[in-house]
Design a protein around this ligand. Structure first.
Ligand code: SF4
Length: 453
């Protein structure tokens, strides 16, 4: 290769440059305030497909980036430009598990800032108040589970219609009892899709009606299987269900993945582990199981305890799991994301006050954005306040959800939360609204010099 000509800067000193010799140079670069006086014509880099220097989108493992390929760069560069950082274009980041998505709902934020009454962006909703398994970490057991209690079909369908009228953007059949125990689940999902509402479900998966699975996979955004075990022995220990049910579940998940792939359906199928000491040994087996089954992700989250710490979680226990969780994450591929929710799992690294429930904000503003409804049809601002009559907004068997959201009771309860709830003492640790609350708090309480963006 020919010697590179020496390049001097405007002070006459020799400079190092990585500009390739054959880069198209800008003939008239204007004043030369740059270190180098050889100015690359970037316009031509984009325009001239024959140029030896080009800007290309490249993919590397889980990263997507834009790099300048020099003449002597191999066409398939082994390392992309990592300065692009963790964008959601990177497959690994595409689900944004460990945060919130409020930036995509600026219209609702503007309504909130303007003091208007607005519909929730998202609703987490139980469909029953009972379950067919008894996971040892279950939060619902501190919320008056009652066998046979569930929202009735007529009320559920009327509510879905109201969500459509109001502009609710998504409903997760998540929380309280097992949703597949309510036979109206499937018709509610189909109706929601027709009305433009995204739906999802968190389920133990054992009772999914496989005859209706194609419809669910067509109409739901995601199905999350709550599974905190990677083998039958662990399944029995953590979910307190017969070992043979593990094999039944694995085959159901395998069938869901098959239907999805054969029919080219978009629904994301994932596994979620609630991490407790009793399943520490199951992390790697489940990560491997997820890869073998072909699901889209395996996410590992902290166990949220009640305000009275009835489940008895010691967040210091998570410290021992760092290496195992990283090992599990290393099983990620372009099509399979394994991710621990580090922001929440690392709570033990916080000071004692945060570890024991202190929040990094003082007021809960999040409940009008994420509402929660109990499996008996009763509407509350949030799950941890289920069964607390002071915060009961209404009952979907008696009240129109549309009227509730437009009415005074709904907004006076939201105001009560703002004015009287001490989030450091009255609330479950790490509730569903936590990330959103932090964001809204920061929005209300900006740093100094906020205009120097
Ligand atoms: S911060 Fe408290 S009031 Fe607000 S959603 Fe969480 S648990 Fe409910």
């Amino acid at each position: 290769m020919a010697e590179k000509p020496e390049v001097k800067n405007r002070f006459g000193h020799a400079v190092k440059t990585t500009i390739p010799e054959d880069a198209t140079l800008n003939q008239n670069p204007g004043h030369k305030l740059r270190t180098s006086n050889r100015i690359v014509d970037r316009q031509q880099l984009h325009d001239d497909s024959d140029a030896k220097v080009t800007i290309q989108e490249v993919k590397f493992e889980d990263q997507t980036g834009f790099v300048r390929l020099n003449a002597d760069t191999v066409q398939e560069p082994s390392v992309p430009n990592r300065f692009t950082g963790p964008t959601f274009l990177n497959k690994r980041e595409r689900f944004s598990f460990d945060g919130h998505k409020m930036l995509y709902h600026l219209d609702r934020i503007a309504d909130w800032q303007g003091g208007k009454r607005f519909a929730p962006v998202h609703i987490d909703m139980g469909l029953t108040k009972f379950c067919n398994v008894a996971c040892i970490y279950c939060y619902a057991v501190v919320q008056n589970m009652t066998k046979g209690t569930m929202i009735q079909e007529e009320a559920l369908m009327r509510y879905i219609e109201d969500c459509g009228r109001l502009g609710v953007r998504s409903i997760g059949f998540i929380g309280d009892g097992e949703p597949t125990l309510n036979p109206a689940l499937y018709d509610a999902t189909v109706l929601a899709k027709k009305l433009g509402i995204d739906t999802a479900m968190a389920t133990n998966g054992l009772l999914i009606d496989m005859d209706r699975a194609p419809e669910m996979l067509r109409d739901m955004s995601y199905i999350r299987i709550n599974l905190s075990a990677g083998n039958a022995e662990g399944f029995k220990r953590v979910h307190q269900s017969a070992s043979k049910n593990f094999d039944i579940l694995v085959e159901k998940i395998r069938s869901l993945v098959k239907i999805k792939k054969e029919q080219n359906l978009k629904c994301t199928i994932g596994l979620q582990m609630v991490l407790i000491p009793e399943c520490f040994d199951q992390v790697i087996p489940e990560a491997e199981l997820g890869a073998e089954l072909g699901v889209d992700y395996f996410v590992i989250k902290q166990c949220s305890d009640s305000e009275y710490q009835e489940i008895g979680i010691d967040y210091d226990d998570y410290r021992a799991m760092g290496d195992v969780l990283k090992q599990a994450e290393s099983l990620s591929t372009a099509d399979y994301v394994v991710q621990a929710k580090w922001n929440k799992l690392n709570v033990s690294d916080d000071t004692a006050i945060y570890k024991n429930g202190m929040r990094k904000y003082d007021i809960c503003y999040g409940t009008p954005f994420i509402l929660q409804i109990s499996g008996n049809g009763k509407v509350y601002p949030c799950g941890p306040f289920f069964n607390k009559d002071r915060f009961l907004i209404g009952d979907l068997h008696e009240d129109s959800f549309y009227d509730l959201v437009k009415g005074d009771r709904y907004w006076s309860v939201q105001e009560d939360i703002i004015k009287s709830v001490d989030v450091h003492k009255d609330c479950a640790i790490g509730c569903r609204q936590d990330y959103v609350n932090k964001f809204l708090w920061d929005l209300k309480n900006p740093p100094e010099h906020k205009n120097f963006i």
